[in-house]
Design a protein around this ligand. Structure first.
Ligand SMILES: Cc1cc2nc3c(=O)[nH]c(=O)nc-3n(C[C@H](O)[C@H](O)[C@H](O)COP(=O)(O)OP(=O)(O)OC[C@H]3O[C@@H](n4cnc5c(N)ncnc54)[C@H](O)[C@@H]3O)c2cc1C
Length: 572
């Protein structure tokens, strides 16, 4: 067992957070990266080794990289870390505002797999006669977060995302992309808002609907524009540490990164550093410490970048971290037989997972309304045995899915205005492939299906019989699912998918203010340090409100842009 594992093992989440908070708070005031070892820092901060023994490696500052180890020093005004959604927007916006900008990215290229961009009252929405009540949408987000959020940040997104979109759309159109608005949002118990703007490449070859839209097309357009504006983009250049002046209360004056030959480069950033490294969804140690339920997922589709490196570097120099357990988890993690939940996430993606078909637990019992926002559905199963559910449907599934008319990335059918989707026939080919691979169970009788699921057949038959009865009545007297989302399971063949959550990203990052400056433990801005995207917290708590489709990316892009503009404005 590694030292890190020893430290985290057996520590309750509450205790851990206490320990981490005490530890990092102390580290801030002790002047981290000023040459003291982690052990020294811990002792001097809390005066108690008992408390500090609960601090795990991720939030323990490493030794400061010494000047002797620096191979090259580079001067700039603004340094942006991470060429993803927030980073590209920040770099572009800072350069447009007149600053000299360097953008460093650890991978060989920019991020390519994001799609829905949520914005409020853009010109496109207004032209279509859509006006969204700013206070209402802000309160809806706060309600999702149980107000464990900073409403000023939510207001900022509601007030500024339309402007951001109005700035972005002409840039994307000049790059031969069309931007469409998904306005056909259907409402259930939970309100849904027509905020999703999507960039579509009408010239792309059709392989699947997602191959026509999103970051794979808009990021090269933004990259080109950034280069035209003079941004110096350096790929294969991972951030290692931030540099903060003085005794831990001074400015962040730059950062140290590695080049492709693993040599250290020091970037002095006269105006500031903007952290945009995409959260920590690929860092199991941080997930265990901060979002332990996220490990009960069957699959993770985060790209390989988000290891929490930006969040760690900022917390090592005294930044405050939002500790509310907050992730983006969808109900589409297919867990094949014999595969366990959690890292290394050996499950796979199941597009039909969010369809509101019957769900039963591993005992064959229905346990919740299936018509819930994605991560409410995955939360509900956390109280069930094995934290898994079976999704069950029959040969009528194509008609059912068409009638269900789900929205955003759960949508299967094409509807007016919305970006292209695969449709049921194309989706059916995928279903067949999964059946051939043994990932989805298919049987001619419920009894046979129950055997394949390892559930007593009388139990499953009774649950299905009751569900059919309620569906025919059009009234879910047991769990209150709305009538349009009920379906019968009567026509063979019958299908079953073994499902759990699908982890996309983390959303509880560094505390920021409405200038997108990173805050210290006393809630004061750290001069010279900004953070946007998944590296920033205070906006979501405990869930991702997917019925506001694209609100994560909309926040990311809006705040990335504001951070770039604000950082560029700093006087030297
Ligand atoms: C597959 C997928 C699809 C998604 N689609 C949507 C969507 O359609 N709509 C939506 O609202 N949300 C979506 N999300 C959520 C998405 O994560 C956020 O909306 C948002 O885009 C995150 O932006 P970001 O800038 O924080 O991170 P990213 O866009 O992920 O960029 C972070 C960048 O930082 C780089 N990096 C990491 N560490 C370092 C380091 N040490 N040094 C230098 N660079 C580093 C990474 O390599 C990466 O390029 C999706 C998430 C996933 C995983």
């Amino acid at each position: 067992m590694s030292e890190e594992q020893k430290l985290t093992k057996g520590i309750s989440r509450r205790k851990f957070i206490q320990g981490a908070a005490i530890g990092t708070m102390g580290l801030a005031s002790a002047g981290v990266l000023a040459g003291c070892s982690p052990q020294e820092a811990s002792k001097s901060n809390t005066g108690s080794t008992a408390e500090t023994s609960e601090i795990t490696a991720w939030d323990t500052p490493p030794e400061a990289i010494s000047d002797n180890a620096i191979k090259e020093t580079v001067e700039t005004e603004v340094l942006v870390v991470g060429a993803g959604n927030s980073g590209m927007m920040a770099a572009l916006s800072a350069a447009e505002a007149g600053a000299r900008v360097i953008l460093i990215e650890k991978q060989p290229t920019y991020i390519t797999r994001t799609y829905w961009m949520g914005a409020v009252n853009s010109s496109m929405q207004k032209k279509m006669g859509i006006e969204i009540n700013r206070n209402e949408i802000a309160e809806e987000l706060c309600r999702y977060a149980s107000h464990l959020c900073d409403q000023r940040l939510i207001n900022l997104w509601a007030d500024k995302s339309g402007e951001m979109m109005d700035w972005l759309v002409p840039i994307l159109e000049a790059g031969d992309l069309e931007v469409v608005l998904e306005y056909d949002t259907k409402e259930g118990f939970y309100p849904s808002y027509p905020i999703a703007h999507i960039a579509v490449n009408r010239n792309a070859e059709y392989k699947s609907s997602n191959a026509l839209i999103g970051a794979q097309y808009y990021m090269p357009v933004l990259e080109k524009k950034a280069i035209e504006l003079g941004v110096d983009i350096r790929y294969n250049t991972p951030l290692a540490q931030l540099v903060r002046e003085g005794d831990g209360t001074g400015r962040v004056t730059g950062a140290i990164a590695k080049n492709k030959d693993e040599e250290y480069i020091k970037f002095n950033a006269a105006k500031g550093v903007i952290i945009c490294t995409g959260g920590y969804a690929r860092n199991p140690e941080m997930l265990q410490a901060l979002c332990p339920d996220s490990l009960s997922t069957g699959f993770c589709i985060a790209q390989s970048g988000p290891l929490g490196e930006g969040i760690k570097a900022a917390s090592w120099v005294g930044a405050a971290l939002e500790t509310q357990h907050t992730t983006m988890i969808f109900d589409r993690g297919l867990v094949p037989d014999g595969v366990k939940l959690g890292p290394p996430w050996e499950g796979t993606y199941w597009q039909l997972g969010s369809q509101p078909f019957l769900r039963v637990n591993v005992n064959g019992e229905r346990y919740a309304n299936e018509d819930l926002p994605y991560d409410f559905g995955t939360n509900a199963v956390l109280l069930q045995p094995e934290r898994l559910w079976w999704q069950i449907f029959d040969d009528n599934w194509k008609e059912d899915v068409t009638r269900f008319h789900t929205t955003g990335c759960a949508r299967i059918v094409n509807t007016e205005g919305a970006p292209p989707r695969d449709g049921v026939d194309f989706t059916a080919k995928g279903v067949e492939t999964y059946i051939e691979k043994g990932l989805i169970k298919k049987a001619d009788t419920i009894e046979e299906l129950a055997q394949m699921m390892n559930i007593p057949s009388d139990k499953l038959a009774a649950t299905i019989s009751r569900y059919n009865e309620l569906s025919k009545k059009g009234a879910d007297e047991d769990f209150g699912k709305r009538a349009a989302h009920l379906s019968t399971i009567e026509k063979a063949p019958f299908y079953a998918a073994r499902l759990s959550g699908l982890l996309l990203c983390t959303l509880n990052g560094l505390r920021i203010n409405t200038d997108i400056q990173v805050l210290d433990k006393n809630m004061n801005p750290i001069p010279g340090l900004y953070a946007a995207g998944n590296d920033a917290g205070g906006f979501f708590a405990h869930n991702y409100p997917e019925l506001l489709p694209g609100v994560a990316l909309g926040r990311t892009m809006t705040f990335g842009r504001i951070a770039g503009i604000n950082c560029a404005k700093q006087s030297i």
